[in-house]
Write a protein that binds this ligand. Structure first.
Ligand code: V47
Length: 378
């Protein structure tokens, strides 16, 4: 069911006429006529020199859905283990089993960390780890149960499709059965990590041990069939081509047409430090804004587009809120994956700072829960 206002209310002929690139003007006209974009339109968005024109269209789409609002959540990121057997070449977070800075929290340790969380109005725990070679299904269900017991009002957004595939194969059960058991133990939603870029060429070069695109999408479809809402990501700015980025976005749009359970898309700019790809520069600010704006336009069936402040930096995040993004992610407390790869942002932000950031960008902050429902301030 369509919940947004006509884009023409937010994208006038005057604005369209000022757009210098005819291909981007044509994109704007298509959206006004409620036509879906084609891969050719996606390429035009990435290739345009008219960044501002592209941003105006993406911002119009955002405002047609959410007006001046921008969303955030009070959450805590918990990386239960950094032990991972996948050894992806873009990742600075993973450690070999037994290495001196490897960690794996017991369910009790994880629960203690959450009861000590500095976030006063905590709503969600975002739980992601590695593909640990020795943890069993019971560990994951015990972890979810211990966290629920620690704070029963919390929602648990846990385990990427990559982890779900790993847990299920170790347990010798199907991924849908695994998801059912995790849901029973307290899983409310799934994060969007592990998608990287849906290109077999890039997978073979950078993450050959990780599940391929079809499997990642299939597991999200299974989660959706069980009523588990999920997110999706794109890791960009390493060796992928623009065509591969566009294909990635279209595969997500196709999956969402089928299973309808994606809640948010997050573009993850590659951070090279401490990875085997440390010689790469990572994407520019212009590229990051283009990617977010283009995602907003192609992913017409995704409710939310996040600007992940941890990886964007605070100023580019504020700018991204005018390039199609409507959500900042959260308070987080202590982020590891991007920071170990060189992110220069704070480990976490207070709720007050998130509110200020949105207000400084000229927008209205709205606190949300895991399911993107508004939370009234108490
Ligand atoms: O899965 C790993 C990526 C992801 C690097 O769903 C890297 O709400 C950049 O998925 N440079 C984790 N990216 C982050 C993530 C996420 C974050 C916030 C909210 C949500 C959500 C999801 O980060 C990993 C991987 O795709 N990643 N290494 C790197 N060097």
């Amino acid at each position: 069911m369509k919940t947004h206002k006509p884009i023409s209310n937010f994208l006038s002929d005057v604005v369209l006429e000022r757009i210098t690139d005819p291909a981007i003007q044509a994109v704007g006209e298509k959206l006004i006529n409620e036509e879906r974009l084609t891969p050719g339109d996606g390429l035009a968005c990435f290739n345009t020199q008219d960044l501002i024109g592209l941003g105006q269209i993406a911002s119009a789409v955002k405002r047609s859905r959410y007006g001046d609002k921008a969303f955030f959540i009070s959450n805590h990121h918990l990386n239960y283990t950094n032990v991972c057997e996948n050894k992806c070449r873009f990742c600075a977070f993973h450690r070999a089993p037994g290495s001196k800075d490897a960690h794996t929290y017991s369910p009790e340790e994880a629960a203690r960390l959450i009861t000590q969380s500095p976030v006063a109005d905590l709503r969600e725990i975002h739980i992601v780890g590695g593909c640990h070679p020795h943890l069993e299904l019971d560990y994951y269900t015990d972890l979810l149960k211990a966290l629920t017991q620690a704070k029963s009002t919390l929602k648990l957004k846990a385990f990427t499709a990559v982890e779900i595939d790993h847990i299920a194969s170790r347990a010798g059960i199907s991924t849908i059965e695994c998801l059912k058991q995790l849901k029973e133990a307290g899983l409310s939603a799934m994060p969007g990590g592990g998608a990287e870029v849906f290109s077999e060429r890039v997978r073979e070069a950078l993450f050959p041990r990780k599940i391929p695109a079809d499997r990642w999408l299939e597991i999200h479809g299974e989660a959706h069939s069980l009523g588990i809402g999920t997110n999706a990501t794109l890791l960009f700015g390493h060796m992928e081509t623009i065509e591969e980025r566009v294909q990635h976005l279209f595969r997500l749009r196709e999956q969402q047409d089928l299973s309808e359970g994606f809640k948010a898309f997050i573009a993850l700019p590659f951070h090279p430090k401490n990875t085997p790809l440390a010689h790469l520069p990572g994407p520019t600010g212009v590229d990051i804004l283009k990617t977010i704006a283009t995602a907003r336009l192609i992913l017409d069936n995704f409710p939310h587009i996040k600007a992940y402040w941890v990886m964007l930096g605070l100023k580019l995040t504020q700018t991204a809120l005018h390039f199609g993004a409507d959500d900042l992610e959260g308070t987080i407390v202590k982020e590891h994956i991007a920071h170990q790869a060189g992110a220069a942002t704070a480990p976490g932000l207070t709720r007050k700072r998130l509110v200020e950031m949105i207000e400084e960008a000229g927008l209205k902050p709205e606190q949300r829960d895991t399911f993107h429902q508004p939370i009234q301030e108490s």
